[in-house]
Design a protein around this ligand. Structure first.
Ligand code: PMT
Length: 218
């Protein structure tokens, strides 16, 4: 039996990619499978928390006992997160939110014969940055950083500019880390210090991240 050290806490987790439509058949997205966020939701629930999981399109089973809120685009995810954030004691943004979306979604499939040379993009809202700006001080706010270079510096920059308590930096070039694999290796950075976790399953990584979060709770 795992310890119930998150009993009485409400945890809001985001997971998976967002999908930004270009026409009824096509979209822009990324390689996130949702595994990291689902593992966090599952482990938090097992440790007694009430868990809301805002999930982009993934092919994973919903974790038992977790309220799943399915979303498609970054703007949908923003709305769902804003709806649930006030009740949350802990918010963990493990989703890979698309930074850009096609400017408009065509209402008919774009024909090959009339293909545009370029796709115009506009910037999506930064959900985590907004959460950091508008947060309650007693709320624990956790981000991820998906990096290919300068992991520690990028992690520190995101910790500060997004006003977070903790950031989990993972390498997206590694064969066993980051997107769409069952394992991960995470550098945890908070305002006290930093710790590099070993290469672990995403489940075990989630346990270690929640151990750290528990120490940050007021
Ligand atoms: O889903 P898996 O296949 O298991 O892969 C896991 C993962 C690699 C997706 C995950 O571990 C991870 O790193 N998630 C964050 C991916 C990401 O978008 O990182 P980023 O460095 O671009 O963004 C930094 C933080 O801001 C993230 O917490 C992100 O959720 C958030 N963000 C980013 C952009 C945006 N428009 N809004 C946001 O809230």
């Amino acid at each position: 039996l795992s310890s119930q050290d998150l009993q009485g806490r409400h945890v809001l987790v985001t997971a998976g990619p967002t999908r930004e439509p270009l026409d009824p058949a096509r979209y822009l997205s990324n390689r996130s499978s949702g595994r990291m966020g689902y593992a966090l939701a599952r482990v938090a629930r097992r440790r007694g928390a009430r868990v809301t999981l805002v999930s982009g399109p993934v092919s994973l089973d919903p974790p038992p006992g977790v309220e799943v809120v399915p979303v498609m685009t970054a703007r949908d995810m923003r709305a769902a997160v804003r709806e649930h954030r006030d009740q949350a004691d802990i918010i963990i943004m493990a989703a890979a939110v698309a930074d850009f979306r096609p400017v408009g979604c065509a209402d008919r499939k774009i024909k090959k014969s009339r293909a545009p040379d370029t796709i115009a993009l506009s910037e999506n809202p930064d959900i985590l940055k907004e959460l950091g700006r508008e947060r309650r001080p007693e709320q624990v706010l956790v981000g991820f950083a998906a990096e290919s270079h300068d992991h520690e510096a990028e992690g520190r920059r995101k910790l500060a500019t997004k006003n977070l308590d903790l950031i989990c930096v993972n390498d997206i070039l590694g064969e066993k880390t980051g997107f769409d694999v069952d394992t991960n290796q995470v550098l945890l950075i908070d305002w006290q210090g930093q710790e590099t976790l070993p290469l672990l399953s995403k489940e075990e990584t989630a346990v270690r991240i929640l151990d750290r979060i528990r120490e940050l709770l007021p």
